[in-house]
Structure formats: C-alpha cells, structure tokens
Design a protein around this ligand. Structure first.
Ligand SMILES: [Zn+2]
Length: 177
C-alpha cells in the first residue's frame, strides 16, 4: 500500500549561501541530530536510491550545481517537519536564502513532477507549518523554522516557479566551467 502524500515541504539546509554542501553532509548533520532510517528500508532501497546513508531525513536534496540527489525513498517517512512527517515529502535546497539558477531549475522540475504524481498534495515551505505539539522527535531550531526555506513558496508558485530575483545566488567559482 503506497504511502499517502498530502504535502510537499520545501526546506533549506541553513548552510552558507553558495558554499558547497552535499547529501552526505546532510546525512552527517542529521545523524548528529539523532535521525535514523529503518535498517530494512536502507537495504530495500539502496539500489534505487544509489546510497545507503543511514540518517538523512529529506527525500530530495538539490545541490548548488542543480543536481537532484535522492535521500529517503518516497515510501519512507521522512524526518524534516515536526508533526507532519507521516504524509509529506521533504525537499532540501543547499544554502539558506539564495539559490543558484541551476537549483531553481531543478526545484521547478521536481515540484512539477511531484504535482503530477500527487495532484492533491499541497506545496509549502517549512515555515508555513506551525510548530507541532505532539513531540514526534524531530526538533528544529526555532530560528531555523522561522526562515526555512528562506523564501516565500506561495509567491514562487504564483510567479510560475521562476527564480526569485531576491533569492538568487551566483554560482561559486568552482562550479563555473
Ligand atoms: Zn526546514
């Protein structure tokens, strides 16, 4: 029975804008925060996901060069939005509030695909969720929750998912050919 998805939640990694940070770095950060994937899921999905990272809480990570890296499988419950993990997917942009054109393009494609796959799911930023009171073990710093994902998702959607000028990061030198 596939997991019911009612929402897609967009996050930022809260890392310095324009500074490379990888899916494996996110995994290490989430390990420190005590997140773990189910061992059976790590084994079951290692081929399709292309990794066996034990902790990562998001389903997708979008790195600075626009590469889309799977985290947890969509059938796995994530660890990214306190109180609302069971029916959501988590997408994380590396950076805090400025993202590269490649990241914006990948986000647009990903969200367009997810909206097709889950037509009734909402697409919101983490900060659009109220802090949860049921204490399901996911603890986010308050200041992080206030800004995450660093831009207004409703404004971005209303603008046709085009890059937001105020949230554009130049590619770092090591990404320019
Ligand atoms: Zn977040």
């Amino acid at each position: 029975m596939p997991r019911t998805i009612t929402g897609v939640v967009i996050h930022c990694a809260a890392t310095p804008n324009g500074k490379p940070f990888t899916r494996a770095d996110i995994d290490a950060m989430h390990r420190q925060r005590g997140f773990h994937r189910q061992p059976a899921a790590i084994t079951r999905y290692k081929t399709v996901l292309g990794h066996e990272l034990p902790s990562i809480g998001y389903h997708y990570v979008i790195e600075l060069d626009g590469s889309l890296k799977p985290g947890r499988h969509p059938e796995e419950i994530g660890a990214h939005v306190q109180g609302s993990n069971s029916k959501t997917l988590g997408v994380c942009l590396i950076g805090t509030d400025r993202f590269t054109l490649d990241q914006w393009a990948t986000l647009r494609n990903l969200i367009a695909n997810l909206k097709q796959q889950y037509p009734t799911a909402s697409v919101l930023g983490h900060r659009d969720y109220s802090p949860d009171l049921d204490g399901d073990g996911v603890v986010e710093r308050n200041e992080w929750l206030k800004i995450c994902p660093g831009f207004d998702v409703k404004t971005w959607l209303a603008g046709g998912m085009r890059p937001l000028a105020d949230h554009l990061q130049e590619a770092p030198c090591n990404l320019i050919a």
